[in-house]
Write a protein that binds this ligand. Structure first.
Ligand code: HEC
Length: 105
């Protein structure tokens, strides 16, 4: 019985680790890292700062998913984020939710 529970916990943990890795891969695949680092300022804002800014905002994931696709400027300064039409609606939402879960280190 104990082994079963341990195995179960192992599978749950490894499944969520894979989930997070897959989301990080989306950042790589869609070239987001050309402008964003997670914890260092690059051309665009640090992604963990984005998470902190919207931590208590409802509907933040949907709002950021839209911004990821359509780009824009003026929230973090004058620099412009170009539209990312190669990102599907579903992937934009996955990316937005992933970014919102990032923690300040
Ligand atoms: C050419 C550079 C560039 C690329 C490529 C880029 N970004 Fe951005 N991003 C920016 C800039 C600049 C801003 C700040 C825009 C602003 O101030 O409104 C930004 C802002 C953001 C924000 C915060 C939006 C807000 O309104 O607070 C998120 C989330 C984001 N980017 C995610 C992504 C994701 C995901 C990708 C990849 C699909 C990506 N970015 C690709 C430059 C880029």
């Amino acid at each position: 019985m104990k082994t079963t529970i341990h195995l179960f916990i192992f599978f749950v943990l490894s499944a969520s680790a894979e989930f997070a890795l897959a989301d990080y891969d989306l950042l790589v695949k869609n070239n987001c890292l050309a402008c964003h680092y997670i914890d260092k300022r690059k051309y665009g804002p640090k992604l963990n700062e984005v998470a902190a800014k919207y931590a208590n905002e409802s509907g933040a994931a949907e709002k950021l998913a839209k911004k990821i696709k359509s780009g824009g400027s003026g929230v973090w300064g004058e620099d412009m984020m170009p539209p990312q039409p190669q990102v599907s609606d579903a992937d934009a939402l996955i990316l937005a939710k992933y970014i919102l879960l990032l923690k300040q280190s």
